[in-house]
Design a protein around this ligand. Sequence first.
Ligand code: DQA
Length: 168
Amino acid sequence: MDREKKGNKGNKKYKIFILHGPNLNFLGRRSKKHYGKRTYEQFNSELKKKALELNVDIEIRQTNSEGEMIDYLQNSDDRFDAAVVNPGAYTHYSYALRDCIESLSIPVIEVHLSNIYRREDFRRKSVTAPASYGQISGFGIDSYMLGLEAALNLLKKGMNKNEKTLED
Ligand code: DQA
């Protein structure tokens, strides 16, 4: 596939949206065992450093509200090339968020700090993951770092926006 023509040149600066869901603004205050001791501000500074290293533009948002998550994601579809999203507890029951993710043309990488599959029963199901491109769970802040790298790799390989499939 001719990537040059498609505008996916190796040096294109991609834009990736990072969305933290409910209670993630309480990082550093809520269960450190599951979510680590970095504060929300420290966490985001590390993400910004990583973005510089990867040469991607990122925008970071957080909301505690389900509707606002949907608004943010819908608005990101025309402005970003991919999104890294931690839906927090909405992961486990928000069909509205799932439908939203499904309707986006950009790939969404779902990330979780903790490994949701080895915690309480109610966390073991993600209703949003099947609508997402992929999921990374259990690596603390590295889940987000890996999410950024995965999103970037997809884009560099020529992610087809509509089909959400790799072209190579
Ligand atoms: C979380 C896991 C969810 O079960 C929980 O409700 C969160 C954080 C994580 O990052 O591990 O708020 O998404």
